[in-house]
Ligand binder design. Structure first.
Ligand code: NDP
Length: 431
């Protein structure tokens, strides 16, 4: 047993079953490995060249124009992105933070994680502000270097995933491995790749991409000021919503340890690309659109959007923290009453009251309400600013089905009992 693991057989969780293939197997994996970067690039071109509308390059000229937009890394982008990753990794390894244990692994051990995200976040923002004030970088650098940064992050992620695959095959415990090169590269060859004290999955899930998303927004807002001399209400709303979402994440960082990605998903290209490219470069699309669309919002529209975001946040955060606390202490009251608990043959109880008595994934509903609130400030002139809520709805609907299947397998008749008591999947009384 290594220093950072501990045996804990009580409540030890079996790995969910491994389906024959996920995402269409090896060929689906190969397709997605290529398609995901192409999608990000295409949507970005829609934003910067086509007013946020989808387009099809019907002529040779149009294809030429599209291909000429393919970005390449620049020295500045490589230095910025490389420096960013190194700084975040150093923060994760060396900054102080409370040590939390993950949920039991299939062999009964628990990994230890240092929860220093809030400090990393605060220091990262301080460093970025300091560099701007010192004149080392321009505030608009993320917007100006978007293409080269995207290219750098994409290339890095590909080679990093090759490394993860090698690392997983060499040091992993063969968790959920398909023994197929293409599929294991995409899905990941180990659950918790670590290099010494450095946890690759927690790092990528929780640090460089999330913080870059916030800083990227601020940089794009600075571009709006540079271009038009004004900061519009829609831009302020989008920046504040995202800033609050990420700040809240860090305020409750240990809750990540009970999420699906950390507990069950191997760490390969799929998650690495999501964490390092998809999140920081597509989640800023609303801001990219607003940088050159300076419309205003009426006070009632702004108030409605803020209320939608707030309601979504209360449901999202309330549900996630309620489950997290329940996992730690199932005897704890829920909404001031004794928790309704389904005792299970597997050992880990199911919460059937509070948020989790309204729908089996009501946390997804809160997240989706916020997703919509983040796009509404862009109004209705283009579809790409709505990319996030559209893609996120598909993702969460599929994810709920996948999780439901896994839970049925894990809990058997006890999950059926929960589904009988709480029949709604995501939206109470509707779905
Ligand atoms: P959940 O946090 O809902 O975790 C699902 C797991 O929780 C189940 O497998 C089960 O695992 C346990 N569980 C489910 N219901 C109950 C219950 N009633 N009582 C006790 N345990 C239960 O899902 P995710 O990890 O997918 O999502 C976490 C959050 O992250 C969500 O709010 C989601 O919206 C958000 N998210 C955001 C993304 C983004 O890109 N912005 C992407 C994906 C998710 P077990 O019993 O084994 O503990």
């Amino acid at each position: 047993m290594t220093e950072d693991t501990r045996k804990d057989t009580a409540g030890s969780s079996a790995q969910p079953p491994l389906p024959r293939w996920a995402f269409g197997g090896p060929w689906g994996s190969l397709f997605l490995t290529v398609a995901l970067p192409v999608i990000v690039f295409y949507l970005w071109v829609c934003l910067i060249d086509h007013e946020g509308r989808l387009f099809w390059p019907a002529t040779g000229e149009a294809w030429k124009a599209l291909l000429s937009r393919i970005p390449l890394p620049t020295l500045q982008a490589v230095l910025l992105y490389g420096g960013w990753l190194v700084m975040q990794a150093l923060f994760q390894v060396f900054l102080p933070g409370k040590i939390e244990e993950g949920t039991p692994l299939h062999d009964g051990t628990r990994l230890k994680y240092r929860m220093n995200g809030l400090l990393s976040y605060a220091l990262s923002l301080a460093v970025a502000v300091g560099l701007v004030y010192a004149g080392v970088i321009r505030p608009t650098v993320f917007y100006d270097q978007f293409g080269p940064l995207l290219a750098t992050a994409t290339i890095f992620t590909f080679f990093y995933s090759v490394y993860l695959h090698w690392h997983g095959r060499r040091h992993g415990k063969n968790e959920r491995v398909y023994n197929n090169l293409l599929h294991d590269f995409f899905m990941g060859a180990s659950l918790n790749p670590r290099s010494g004290a450095f946890d690759h999955k927690l790092f990528c899930e929780a640090r460089p991409g999330l913080i870059l998303w916030v800083l990227g927004n601020f940089s794009i807002a600075a571009k709006q000021v540079e271009l038009y001399g004004t900061l519009t209400v829609p831009m302020v709303l989008v920046c504040l919503f995202h800033f609050w979402y990420i700040t809240d994440y860090y305020l409750h960082e240990p809750a990540i340890l009970t999420t699906w990605d950390i507990k069950h998903e191997n760490f390969g290209y799929m998650l690495a690309f999501g964490d390092l490219v998809w999140v920081p470069f597509t989640y800023v699309f609303q801001a990219v659109y607003l940088a050159t669309h300076t419309h205003d919002l009426s006070w009632w529209a702004a108030t409605g959007i803020v209320l939608l975001n707030l309601a979504g946040f209360v449901i999202f955060r309330g549900a996630n923290i309620q489950k997290h606390r329940f996992k730690k202490d199932p005897g704890r009251p829920v909404w001031g009453k004794p928790a309704e608990v389904i005792r299970t043959a597997r050992g880990t109880p199911i919460l059937a009251s509070g948020f989790w008595g309204l729908a089996r994934h009501i946390n997804y509903m809160g997240d989706l309400m916020m997703a919509l609130a983040w796009s509404l400030p862009c109004l209705f002139g283009a579809v790409v600013p709505y990319f996030y809520p559209i893609y996120f709805t598909i993702l969460l609907v599929l994810r709920e089905r996948r999780d439901n299947r896994m839970c049925r397998h894990k809990y058997g008749a006890d999950w059926d009992e929960y589904s009988r008591r709480v029949p709604y999947r995501i939206v109470p009384w509707l779905y």
